[in-house]
Design a protein around this ligand. Structure first.
Ligand SMILES: [Zn+2]
Length: 286
């Protein structure tokens, strides 16, 4: 799954190349790509036609294109392998092209949804007063959102009987933090992933949130070059960022702070990477 920085790179690309253009027609090449639109592919295409695309928006890993002057938006589910590409009309169709959107202008480019594994797709939803598609109304703001409430997040951590990494991945508390960035931020903050959230002081929460934002912004800075080209896409799990990771994927390699070999532990069908010296297990803390 792409993480927040990758999705934000796509959003910026779409803002540059697709925002404010009016849909001329929509071609659904594989019905599975619009299966979440229960009225079917023809209805989906009909409802987009003639509408102008507003400024693409994102919350956490969710990305949507508002349809201007309506209270609807197209939500993009990137799944495991979904890509949104802006391509010249003349570019050959991708092998796994699922949906094509043409625009009523002379810019010469079209929007393509390409998805090899077809777990992703596009769907149309009503939006609330805040512009959020109704199906993601329960998703909390992400840490890069200027309106994210640090104090409310801290209070929620103190109230819950959970552990810190579970809390970081809980989309109703904070959105957009996936496995990779959770491990990175926890390593930077020297916090063990199993630490109970009720033990975090306000300064520790603030420090951790700072690190979450730093790792995401660092990823954005690296990925930021790709949206200068006429090509925006998502390549799965943090493709361009992994060379600069400090924790994730570094089992057995020396901790970049203290040289202790990094460890990996199974965690909720995934893995947690940590330094056993810098990030002491909760029992050792007490
Ligand atoms: Zn260490």
């Amino acid at each position: 799954m792409p993480e927040l920085p990758e999705v934000e790179v796509v959003r910026r690309g779409l803002e540059r190349w697709v925002a404010h253009r009016t849909v001329a027609d929509v071609e659904v090449l594989h019905p599975r790509a619009v299966r979440r639109h229960l009225a079917g592919a023809d209805d989906f295409a009909h409802r987009l036609k003639g509408h102008r695309v507003g400024v693409p928006s994102r919350r956490g890993k969710y990305l949507w294109l508002p349809l201007a002057d309506t209270s609807q938006a197209v939500l993009a589910h990137l799944g495991m392998s979904g890509q949104l590409l802006v391509q010249p009309h003349a570019a050959p169709d991708e092998k796994h092209l699922r949906v094509r959107v043409r625009f009523a202008d002379a810019l010469g480019t079209e929007l393509r949804f390409v998805d090899q594994r077809t777990f992703g797709g596009l769907s149309l939803h009503d939006t609330g007063p805040d512009g959020l598609p109704d199906v993601i109304a329960h998703i909390a703001r992400d840490p890069l959102d200027p309106l994210f409430d640090d104090e409310a997040f801290h209070r929620a951590l103190r109230r819950r009987r959970t552990t810190i990494k579970r809390a970081l991945l809980d989309q109703s508390l904070i959105s957009g933090v996936g496995n990779i960035y959770a491990d990175e931020a926890l390593w930077r903050a020297r916090i063990h992933y199993e630490r109970p959230t009720a033990t975090l002081t306000r300064p520790r929460t603030a420090e951790l949130l700072g690190h979450v934002r730093d790792v995401m912004n660092a990823a954005l800075a690296v990925g930021g070059t790709s949206f200068d080209s006429l090509y925006v896409n998502v390549n799965g799990e943090s493709g361009y960022f992994d060379r600069s990771l400090d924790a994730y994927g570094r089992e057995g390699l020396p901790c970049r702070r203290c040289a202790t070999p990094m460890r990996r532990r199974p965690w909720m069908n995934r893995s947690s990477y940590f330094c056993p010296r810098c990030q002491r297990a909760p029992r050792a803390l007490s």
